[in-house]
Design a protein around this ligand. Structure first.
Ligand SMILES: O=C1O[C@H](COP(=O)(O)O)[C@@H](O)[C@H](O)[C@H]1O
Length: 459
């Protein structure tokens, strides 16, 4: 068997223990053939026992209690794993950590963005083993210019196919199901365009508030944290042309092509977006303070916790169709769904009544479901239409989104990682909106935590 080494930088952090290691545990459970060496590195000193206890607990967290074979394999990986105390922003410590890897590693930067850049810069003075893979978390840069700089830095270290820019949304099973839904059902392609589609909405609202993440979130805000980093990529999967295969060049090429055609609606960034931040309120029996009173928040910064941007895709397929992307924190009745609203029929035949709402296809990301809202005759009068919903559940994937992402990284399959130019395109699309918001041309409104958004938005 071919041992693959996963080296996690920032191994004592929240991302590692809350998402990466549980994802790795499920991956090991799903693939008995996976032969993996795990090495963690971080600034904090940890005893071998503490690392083992924490790593095995996190890896076992999402694995079925009854699956004793899988649990044994996970414990074996944890027992053989090592934790190294290191300052990963120095070339000396990075070289020492790399020297401990049994095979050329996949290096996962589970670090804040600025520290990731320092670590990558330090790697310039290290002899990198052939085949080393670099996996970076979002946000990838802070602007088009910084994303370009980071891309240049990374490709000075390793060839582009060895760089993985992680977006765990691309690992969500229902997001991946968009491919099957669109491209394995011929009924959709003829109507998947501006002739038949009125609008597309991509919502990812969350009940969660800031969750002690002010250090990162207050600088990012909902626009960067969710729309730039995730929802534009979901939009790309919804709107792209048919790729000829799932080869990374085909799929990622199709995503890049559609993103290049996207810009704020009618080219007017000031009117294309709305923004707001939560004020005190309660959600699921929990009272949240005003966002600005959360520990670590700088009230002067004017960070939004709810962002909505209308995007136009300027190509033959989508000209004139608004794509509305929205995401917020502390939102009540939080919706996580993609809604394709179709146009009404050009003429409702005389005698049919009651057809008030256009048909819609709704892909719900949590819980994973598909709904088709159609106008058909209701009970009684056969010519009086009403809207009914046909629903189906999407099959769950065996892996968590981070498990999918890690699987791609360890298998050398970049299909779920973002290509360098795509990361730059996502910044190009949101930058004018950031500028408009920075210049205060778009008001920052308030909404009570636990409500869908500002009252004036009529959500
Ligand atoms: O990357 C992020 O995603 C999460 C939402 O994703 P989920 O899979 O946990 O639902 C979001 O809460 C977080 O702010 C953002 O950084």
């Amino acid at each position: 068997m071919n041992t693959r080494t996963l080296l996690i930088l920032g191994a004592n952090g929240d991302l590692t223990h809350r998402l990466l290691l549980p994802g790795l545990g499920r991956l090991i459970a799903a693939d008995p053939e996976l032969d993996i060496a795990l090495i963690g590195a971080g600034r904090t000193e940890l005893s071998d026992q503490t690392w083992f206890d924490r790593a095995s607990k996190a890896m076992l967290h999402e694995v079925d209690e009854a699956d004793s074979a899988a649990r044994q394999r996970i414990k074996a990986v944890a027992e053989a794993s090592r934790y190294l105390t290191a300052n990963v922003t120095t070339s000396r410590d990075l070289a020492a950590v790399l020297a401990q890897c049994p095979t050329s590693p996949a290096v996962y930067f589970a670090l804040p963005p600025a520290v990731t850049i320092e670590a990558c810069t330090a790697l310039r003075d290290v002899d990198l083993p052939a085949g080393i893979v670099l996996a970076l978390e979002k946000p990838f840069g802070t602007s088009v210019a910084t994303a370009e700089e980071l891309n240049a830095l990374l490709t000075s270290l390793v060839p582009e196919p060895q760089v993985y820019r992680v977006d765990h949304f691309l690992g969500k099973s229902t997001v991946l199901n968009l491919l099957g839904l669109r491209f394995a059902n011929r009924i959709f392609e003829p109507i998947w365009n501006a002739d038949s589609v009125e609008s597309v909405m991509i919502y990812y609202d969350e009940e969660l508030g800031l969750e002690q993440r002010a250090g990162y979130y207050d600088k990012a805000g909902a626009l960067v944290d969710m729309i730039q980093s995730h929802l534009l990529l979901v939009m790309a999967l919804v709107a792209m042309e048919t790729p000829s295969s799932l080869h990374p060049d085909d799929l990622r090429g199709a995503m890049a092509q559609v993103l290049r055609a996207a810009r704020p609606w009618q080219g007017d960034a000031a009117t294309a977006g709305r923004r707001a931040r939560y004020a005190t309120g309660s959600i699921n029996g929990r009272t949240l303070p005003n966002y600005v009173d959360e520990p670590g928040v700088d009230p002067q910064r004017g960070t939004e916790t709810l962002a909505e941007v209308k995007i136009g895709i300027e190509n033959w397929r989508w000209a004139g169709v608004p794509f509305t992307l929205r995401s917020g924190k502390a939102v009540g009745n939080a919706r996580k769904e993609i809604i394709i609203t179709f146009k009404n029929v050009p003429h409702l035949i005389t005698g049919l009544t009651g057809c008030a709402s256009p048909p819609r296809l709704r892909v719900v990301l949590d819980p994973d479901r598909l709904h088709l809202d159609l106008n058909i005759n209701g009970a009684g009068d056969p010519f009086n239409l009403e809207q009914v919903t046909m629903s189906a559940e999407f099959g769950k994937g065996a892996l968590s989104p981070y498990g999918e992402v890690l699987s791609g990284i360890l298998d050398g399959d970049p299909i779920l990682s973002i290509r360098g130019d795509v990361a730059e395109q996502c910044w190009r699309i949101v930058e004018p909106v950031q500028q408009a918001w920075g210049a205060n041309t778009t008001p920052l409104e308030d909404y009570e935590a636990g409500t869908p958004g500002p009252k004036s938005w009529n959500l």
